[in-house]
Design a binder for this molecule. Structure first.
Ligand code: ADP
Ligand code: MG
Length: 263
């Protein structure tokens, strides 16, 4: 298998049928993600980031083109993709443990003790061992997102799909979770496609940033290779010249090149 072409988004177009007629959200999107690469999609609100992520998740079907993951066409949702949305989607009547266990049980045909072990491991990875028995309403927003990440990782997906996973959190919690995600991705070598509208988050976490033009008919307007060495440390980076350059490139795209058309 060609690990340079692990996730292949080929000639994707997405037109929604609405009451006011057809709405072209995405047009001719081509993107190839390497195995183990961390790619961020950035763009103004409404440009089609979530639409593209949902197409990869298999929650939407493209009206043009196709998507391949490890050489297999994506035809619907599947356990080879772990998805985390901005607002956690935990089942309120289940504990943290059971929320993760439920996902693990659906994916791995294994004995209960092995499934439990996987669940404990996933929750330990996000630092939630102490909260395994808690219910979602007993958790902070950051903890809920951690459970969501644990659940997505526990199924050992080929690719992790994150849609503004830290968007609803306060700045400090967001920073903590970004650091944690960097550490986990470093350890697991996960392949990640993340939607964000936060320039600093994109530069800090990504190997590559895909910049989308404003819709309708959004396209990829540019790409930035983030050549900052890993492991990355936010405080050290904040003062680094290369970090500032990369940040400026993305800001320039968003706030100069794409501003006029912004809604
Ligand atoms: N199911 C749908 N039906 C009609 N239009 C949609 C639908 N989903 C998204 N859109 C439109 O597609 C565009 C892109 O939406 P979205 O992908 O959610 O943007 P983003 O995540 O970048 O903010 C928006 O104009 C939105 O209104
Ligand atoms: Mg969105």
């Amino acid at each position: 298998m060609d690990s340079d072409r692990y996730l292949c988004i080929e000639g994707i177009g997405m037109t929604f049928e609405t009451r006011k007629g057809d709405f072209v959200a995405l047009e001719r999107i081509d993107l190839t993600v390497k195995k183990g690469e961390f790619v961020s999609l950035i763009g103004h609100s409404g440009c089609g980031k979530s639409t593209l992520l949902n197409l990869v998740a298999g929650l939407l079907r493209p009206t043009e083109g196709g998507i391949l993951l490890a050489e297999r066409e994506i035809a619907g949702p599947g356990p080879d993709r772990g998805v985390v949305f901005q607002n956690h989607s935990l089942l309120p009547w289940l504990t943290c443990f059971d929320n993760v266990y439920l996902a693990v049980e659906r994916v791995f045909p294994e004995k209960k003790n092995l499934l439990k072990e996987r669940t404990h491991t996933a929750l330990a990875m996000v630092g939630l061992t102490h909260a395994e028995a808690k219910y979602p309403h007993e958790l902070s927003g950051g903890m809920k997102q951690r459970v969501g990440i644990a659940r997505a990782l526990a199924i050992e997906p080929k690719v992790l799909l994150l849609d503004e996973p830290f968007g609803a959190l306060d700045a400090l919690t967001r920073a903590n979770l970004q650091d944690e995600l960097m550490r986990i991705v470093g350890n697991t070598k996960a392949t990640v496609l993340m939607v964000t509208h936060d320039v600093d988050e994109a530069v800090l976490l990504s190997d590559r940033i895909v910049m989308m033009t404003n819709g309708p008919a959004a396209r990829i307007g540019g790409m930035v290779e983030v050549d900052l060495p890993r492991p990355r440390e936010r405080l050290a980076l904040a003062g680094s010249r290369r970090y500032m350059e990369l940040r400026t490139t993305v800001m320039d795209f968003l706030y100069r090149k794409q501003l006029k058309q912004a809604a």
